[in-house]
Design a protein around this ligand. Structure first.
Ligand SMILES: [Zn+2]
Length: 206
């Protein structure tokens, strides 16, 4: 669609999109996709729809992979269709798309409300809670604005421990420590000339 190539484009109505993609990708790191086939992905979507009390959404699979596996999902809010690359699929990507379903904010699709819902859906999912604090730290380091909540789904499910780092969301003075932690992970997992690395250095300087 656009003539521009390789430059990071940040649409005016979606200023947090790139940051959230980078944070999500970094949080997943080299972890293996956990949903092995279409049936597993479909039942996760159905479970979200049921447990959140949302109107049904359809799920479709592309014939071939399109993007890195950490970023290969989309949601069309008009048709209510989630599109995924062929399995295996990371469940975190489905949580991201379900956060769109649960937070219809077309004027700012990855805005603070979306970020709140995304984190809350991860915090209350027994299969994803091991990623909750990593995702939280990655969102903070990419300076994603997160609605302080509580959001509609903020309470963790009974029996799940609260993620340990929840308090960091309101503690900006701890960001320097997080930065050190992230720089280490980042150096291990991302190429120094990637768009995400450039985005991070814009925020944090040299
Ligand atoms: Zn999204």
């Amino acid at each position: 669609m656009s003539e521009g190539r390789s430059q990071s484009r940040i649409p005016n109505n979606d200023p947090q999109q790139d940051r959230i993609y980078c944070a999500q990708s970094l949080a997943l790191g080299g972890s293996r996709p956990d949903l092995p086939n279409e049936g597993a992905a479909r039942s996760v979507v159905a479970a979200y729809v049921g447990s959140l009390g949302l109107a049904d959404v359809a799920i479709e699979f592309r014939a071939a992979p399109t993007r890195p596996r950490t970023l290969s999902a989309e949601y069309d809010s008009e048709s209510r269709v989630i599109t995924l690359d062929p399995p295996p699929v990371h469940e975190l990507l489905i949580a991201h798309e379900m956060a769109h379903v649960a937070t219809p904010t077309p004027d700012n699709p990855h805005g603070p409300e979306f970020a709140r819902t995304f984190l809350d859906l991860v915090d209350r999912n027994v299969r994803l809670i091991h990623l909750a604090d990593e995702l939280r730290v990655c969102l903070l380091v990419f300076r994603v604005k997160i609605d302080p909540g509580p959001g509609r789904w903020s309470a963790p499910l009974a029996g799940l421990d609260r993620p340990r780092l929840q308090s960091l969301e309101n503690a900006s003075d701890t960001l320097a420590q997080i930065e050190m932690f992230l720089r280490l992970s980042f150096a291990r997992s991302m190429s120094p000339d990637s768009d995400c690395t450039k985005l991070l250095s814009q925020f944090w300087g040299k």
